[in-house]
Write a new protein. Sequence first.
Length: 279
Amino acid sequence: MAPDLISPRSPRVAAARRLARRNFRSKERLFLAEGPQAVREAGGYKDTLVELFATVEAAERYADIVGEARDAGARVHLADEQVIADISTTVTPQGLVGVCRFIDTPFEEILRARPKLVAVLANVRDPGNAGTVLRCADAAGAEAVVLTDASVDLYNPKAVRASVGSLFHLPVAVGVPVEQAVAGLKEIGVRILAADGAGTDDLDDELDQGTMGGPTAWVFGNEAWGLPEETRALADAVVRVPIHGKAESLNLATAAAVCLYASARAQRGSGGCRSVTDS
């Protein structure tokens, strides 16, 4: 099959290329999903994947993904490698680039679902960290993620890549002021834990005391300066991950994984809000 988009100057290519910029993403409410994993996940949700650009080689290698994209109603374009390189934001494109509709969830809808485990990203600016925390939340079984109004754009290409498809798995609210996020979650009975290396409470002690089995939201702060005092003051407890070795600290994504998995384990234990005896 010969490529049907030979020129990088094609209007369709130009429109996709612009989505690398936040202002165009916001205007069109579209974003890019690159690589087979992200495209496969996007294609599994009705009306999410709008368009797919694929090299001939990638279309043959990932024929099942291309077929699923067509079945989902996406327009599929075969393109030469230069077209894919122009659209892609990676150094070594994998031959598939999808154009997807925004999929964030209104915060009020998340509250109505009464989630038992939530990750709140407050002032998280690095897109790779944001995407990785989203992936950790998905893996730990969290039921929602909230990006505050001071955090990075959910649809930044690096954040989308770092989520490795988890962006499509769980509800994510964006642009929510941290005060509103905390107040709303508290109102539905969710305990707010602020993760901070200088926290007064120790994660091990919280687990030993059996205080983590109920609905919980973890608030994670900025990579460089953590959580400001006014945000810590909103939490029910400020919790540190204990450092048992000689490491100076943990990075954001690692700390988030430890905290979220600790809550997931406690909630599934005897007496926890998601334990077998409660179901």
